[in-house]
Design a protein around this ligand. Structure first.
Ligand code: PGA
Length: 261
């Protein structure tokens, strides 16, 4: 795990965007795992700008989103379908048939989720998975107690997630759907690279638990300690509870030095 501590959310987004740009230039058929939430909005903005500047071409890219609410239609203003269209898909040239977001499948969830997993496998697997983190340490909608080898499935959102997401539903917690379809922790762990982004003091406890705590289903993000190619890109506030901040900063500086020689 590489911990990269930056002064602001803009710096976090810039580093993540550079990683994606470099990977896309090397591999036009890149498979991206995408996240929603407030954190990656700045990243999508930079990627859209790079596309508009003709620096990037997404025409052969395939994407898989982490999750979607159950119980609201895809066209609902707060659905993750709407989020992705607004912040990314409407502004770049990813073919619609290459964009995958879990659907509000009403019937057979088991076979729907199996098919979602199969589509990921058939695409060759996710090259770069973007992740946020919940204040409770969740990744995607894998809440506290999620099996660390869980797969795509329907889940019930925790109280802390319902509270955190109420802001998008006129601060009405009761309006937040209680369930969602999410990629599993095991699904996420199969991505070739994970990039977890976090900013703000409210994430500091989740970050210290994920990075320096024990690997436990109580903090699903802690499983990333076992992932061979994960970058945790965070701002000073999100990093503020880490014990080894100075060491992580030296590691990053030295890595940059190595890369520039
Ligand atoms: P946020 O959500 O980016 O809106 O903070 C992250 C998450 O809950 O995974």
């Amino acid at each position: 795990m590489e911990i990269i501590i930056q002064p602001s959310n803009h710096h976090i987004a810039t580093i993540a965007a550079e990683s994606i740009s470099d990977a896309l230039k090397k591999n036009p058929n890149l498979v991206l795992g995408l996240a929603t939430g407030s954190t990656p909005i700045a990243l999508y903005k930079i990627l859209v700008q790079k596309y508009k500047n003709r620096e990037l071409d997404f025409s052969r890219v395939t994407t898989f989103n982490l999750d979607e609410y159950i119980g609201i239609p895809c066209h609902h203003p707060q659905s993750y379908h709407t989020f992705m269209a607004k912040h990314f898909f409407d502004h770049v040239n990813i073919p619609i048939e290459n964009q995958h977001i879990p659907q509000n499948a009403t019937g057979d969830f088991e076979s729907y989720c199996e098919k979602y997993e199969k589509k990921i496998k058939d695409s060759g697997g996710i090259d770069i998975q973007i992740l946020g983190i919940g204040t409770d340490g969740h990744i995607a909608f894998n809440e506290t107690g999620s099996s660390l080898s869980s797969r795509t499935r329907p889940v019930t959102l925790s109280e802390s997630t319902l509270k955190a997401n109420a802001i998008h539903f006129n601060s009405d917690k009761s309006a937040v759907p209680e369930m969602a379809i999410t990629m599993g922790v095991g699904t996420i762990m199969e991505a070739k690279q994970c990039i977890l982004l976090a900013s703000g003091k409210s994430k500091s406890e989740a970050i210290v638990n994920a990075v320096e705590g024990p690997i436990t289903a109580s903090v699903p993000a802690s499983v990333l300690q076992m992932h061979p190619n994960t970058f945790i890109i965070i701002d000073e506030d999100a990093a503020s509870a880490l014990k080894e901040i100075d060491y992580y900063k030296r590691c990053y500086e030295n890595r940059l030095k190595l890369l520039s020689t």
